[in-house]
Design a protein around this ligand. Sequence first.
Ligand SMILES: [Zn+2]
Ligand SMILES: [Zn+2]
Ligand SMILES: [Zn+2]
Length: 475
Amino acid sequence: MTGGGMENAQLFDAGNKGRGLRATKDLSAGDVVFSEPGFAAVVFDSMAANVCHNCFRRKSQLHRCAQCRFAYYCDRTCQTACWEEHRLECAAIRKIVTAPNQQVRLAARVMWRIHKETAIASDSQLVAVDKLKDHVTDLGEEALKQLQANVSSFFDYWSSGSKKHSADYISHIFGIIKCNGFNLSDQHGLQAVGVGLFPNLCLVNHDCWPNCTVILNNGNQSALNSALHSKRRIELRALGKISEGQELTVSYVDYLNLSADRQKMLKGRYFFECTCDHCTQHTKDDLMIAAAESKPSADMVKEVTAFSKERLEKIEAARVEGNFHEVARLCCETLKKQENVLADTHLYKLRVLNSASEALSYLRCYSEAADYARKMLDGYAKLYHPNSGQLGLAVMKAGVTHWHAGQIEHGHGLLCKAYSILLITHGPNHAITRDLESMRAQTEIELKMFKQNERENHAMRQEVLKDNSAADKKI
Ligand SMILES: [Zn+2]
Ligand SMILES: [Zn+2]
Ligand SMILES: [Zn+2]
């Protein structure tokens, strides 16, 4: 474990991928390769009033900054801890009345920090922030227009005395944010609430089947004195054994996409061709589009695939509208069509199962939701890396659904399994792992009580049967 240092990783030339990081010693599953505080981070526009601008926890009744009336905090302690970062921003927002969008706010925070401490904020930062890749020349017409609008909004907003920067330099900063920004999740790890720049993390290259994962640790705010708080930071954690000298990788996209689709997403968003082993060998693509074992005709598979694709769009539209009855109805119909045609690992089947389970949980039909979640997990287990964070979170959700459905034994088993994955991907001190641990303890108690009751019921029944047979004999 490191205390924020970079002794487990070093920069190296990763060939046509450019710069990369590699391990300087052997690592095992769950090891923290490095942890890093953000160079700068902001809460999303849509979340500005629902998330603490210091620790990124989602909370009701946040405390508002009385001066800019834009920033919100858990309490005075979080506000004090954040004041150094917010001071110039607060003045800038007051000056223009309405806060600019999240990209502009982040670019301004990056620039204020560069002015205060240069582009290298600590000894362990391997590359200056303004030396990261920007890919501005790869941008399409629409993205370029957006970038220019952001640059002009930036100049209305940002001020730092007499220091002036060219539009080119600020475009470069926006480009860096666009292709290196890392989404920050709330304390439950399930919803992205902000975006930040972590310079060392930006050096970790992508692989669709990576050996590391990255999570946000929202820090520990329990101390009353903000100077004693542990700050929010990202952690790069090893998913399995990594040998000294091996390249460290994370995945920028969800594995549950066909290799060609993952490549397309990576090209569109990050401007590179993925040549990882799984993409070049099309690993598991066959499972993701497989037909059911009953060997339906090719025409049938084609028809149901097209039908499912269209249905998934409708399901998503209903979900966005919050119409969960409609989501559940569409899902059940689609699953019926898919039965005996698409395999249990087919992506379209897994997506429908996921939506079905989510909608039915929302509608409190926990028993049905649990059945769908179980089927989905069977498919996930054949596709995801066994220590994948996405798998861990899905198993956790399924465990909670089973618990709500009163299927305590199954629920407890799933929560234990999720716990063993999250110990690796999130670590024992992450808020979500601690939540999971208390749910695991609770289901364990309930399970004991349930078994105790069952034993007592069984004993009582035996007693009754004995009496009955005694009575029989008397007759
Ligand atoms: Zn806070
Ligand atoms: Zn303020
Ligand atoms: Zn790939």
